[in-house]
Design a binder for this molecule. Structure first.
Ligand code: KIV
Length: 310
């Protein structure tokens, strides 16, 4: 696990055994499900660490969940690196994967390797993820050849959602499903250590899984995958509005956050906060001395302003 980088993105020492590519492969072999979530900052990384997930993805979903962009397309490499470095500082044990943003790897193998290297060197990522088959297969191979582990991502690939007809499930015809399966097999051949299947029918997953040796992590791809991933903000309910069909909410954190901030604002306006226990005290003789010193200051200032008004 790459714990040291040249930008201060240093992982705290692992408490348990850090998750590695081999331990993920072992989990698949043993039929033990892999739990993966996204994280985008120091506190969410600490939550992932404490909850004991296996893999943390600094997803480009950050574009929407924490940066407020309308899609994942606009997020930049520098923005993703800043978020990834913060996650690194909060994470010890799970494998940390950085998502290569749209436009940062498609142009050439050189561009893909250079961007992936930044995620490892500057943000301390253990691996990177890229989307799609097609030309991404060669980019994945180039990054793997450069010594950086790569996770693939097929099915609904949000970076190219427009070309796919929008944010909708993929592989619902046999031909399109074959494309998804072929992309997955090609990414495995290129050396990807794991592949995300997003928003595809369970039947497509069931028919493809036996043909793949690497772990498959599903999100809206049915129960047969080797693991499942959900977006941190979706599973905890830290968002407003519509969620995808595959999202299961395990908490309602946004409502709790609004409730807390509301209660604080109410207390401030009603002068119920702060209470004595929220303040600091001073010894009574120091208070008396301060009053005396301020008195001396006051008379000096009166004298001074008097000189000017003369
Ligand atoms: O960016 C992201 O959060 C993802 C997951 C949905 C797999 O790619």
């Amino acid at each position: 696990m790459s714990a040291h980088t040249n930008t201060g993105a240093v992982a705290p020492p692992a408490k348990g055994k850090p998750v590695t590519l081999s331990s993920l492969a072992e989990k698949k072999a043993l039929g033990e499900p892999i739990a993966m979530i996204t994280a985008y900052d120091y506190p969410s990384a600490q939550v992932a660490e404490e909850a004991g997930v296996d893999v943390v993805l600094v997803g480009d979903s950050a574009a929407m969940t924490v940066l407020g962009y309308p899609s994942t397309v606009p997020v930049s490499v520098d923005e993703m690196l800043m978020l990834s470095a913060a996650v690194r500082r909060g994470l010890r044990t799970p494998l940390m994967v950085g998502d290569l943003p749209f436009g940062s790897y498609e142009v050439s193998d050189e561009q893909a390797v250079a961007t992936a290297q930044r995620f490892v060197k500057e943000a301390g990522c253990d691996a990177v993820k890229l989307e799609r088959g097609g030309s991404s297969v060669e980019r994945a191979r180039a990054i793997v050849d450069a010594g950086i582990p790569v996770m693939g991502h097929v099915g609904l690939t949000p970076q190219t959602a427009t070309a796919l007809g929008g944010y909708r499930s993929q592989g619902r015809t046999a031909e399109r499903a074959l494309e998804v399966a072929t992309d997955a097999l090609a990414l495995e051949q290129a050396g990807c250590f794991a592949i995300v299947f997003e928003a595809i029918p369970s039947d497509v997953t069931d028919l493809t899984m036996p043909r793949l040796e690497v772990p498959v992590i599903g999100i809206g791809a049915g129960p047969a995958t080797d693991g499942q991933v959900l977006v941190f903000h979706d599973l905890l309910g830290i968002y407003d509005g519509h969620a995808a069909r595959f999202v299961k909410r395990y908490a309602d954190v946004r409502a709790e956050m609004v409730r807390g901030v509301h209660a604080f604002a109410d207390d401030v306006r009603a002068r119920r906060y702060p209470e004595p226990e929220h303040g600091y005290t001073m010894a009574p003789d120091e208070v008396a001395r301060l009053a005396e010193l301020l008195g001396e200051e006051d008379s000096a200032n009166e004298q001074f302003s008097g000189e000017w008004t003369l």
